[in-house]
Ligand binder design. Sequence first.
Ligand code: HEM
Length: 277
Amino acid sequence: MSDEPRDLKRADLTYDEYLQVPGLLNLQRQLSNPPHHDEMLFIIIHQTYELWFRLVLHELENARQYMMNAEILRARHFVHRVVEIFKVAVQQIHVLETMEPYEFLAFRKELMPASGFQSVQFREVEFLCGMKDDRYLSYFRHNQDVVTRLTKRKEEVSVRDAFYMALRASGMKVPENVDLQHLGDDTDAREAVLQSLLPLYQQRPTHLGLNLLAESLVSLDQYLGLWREHHVRVVERVIGFKRGTGGSAGVGYLKSTVSKKAFPLLWELRSVLERPE
Ligand code: HEM
């Protein structure tokens, strides 16, 4: 509350003033003329996602800080909150299934060449989690503000980095100087990291907080992945295999993103875990 404008701290403060409701309700600018009924749905659903993404960034920054401070259960609390937000986000996309293809076609050309592909906050969420793909930076090269924001996200400690820092701080022997993002085909290095992570599960009582955090991070990957899957299904339902307004192959491109993970090693670990003796 400390950075709220001074004139908002008053005894007669109202709901509308505090939440800036009139301003919020003035942000739905329909481009179809006369306005197409479903364009309001299309705008509001995207706007609510952008608000959720804003909160997700806010919460993940907090979780990252707690991991860097080795306050594991607090970190887990905020990752868990983000997981709950993504559960809502997954459900929310289904509201769009009530928009039939023929209705969308009535105003689709109005929003070209705008596309969800240009959601900077979505890219920030990916980068902050650890999924830092330079190709998206070059996509935004004509917008210096966006390049600056994404470059900052690219250079800062990600939630994934912070998680591995927390593991090392707790005494786990996770190899130093291993770029987990680029282990790629180096199977020996990959195997060494996987082996170092086994105590998270095999010695759960010793590492209980980190075990719970790891499971929440897997959930984060799972629900972000589910959002991608449900989004691509809705896209196929509404526009079929047409190209996207952002110029991509549409469904084909989106399907290629579904398997993206911020914590691939935590997923791989499941394949090497053995039943306790
Ligand atoms: C009828 C509804 C929708 C259609 C037809 C649609 C279509 C598409 C298509 C074709 C793409 C690929 C990029 C392109 O070429 O444009 C895309 C990307 C994307 N859309 Fe949607 N979309 C819809 C709803 C939404 C909603 C509600 C959101 C919420 C924020 C959203 C967020 C995104 C994001 C973040 C991407 C980038 C995904 C990535 O690159 O991994 N879309 N969308």
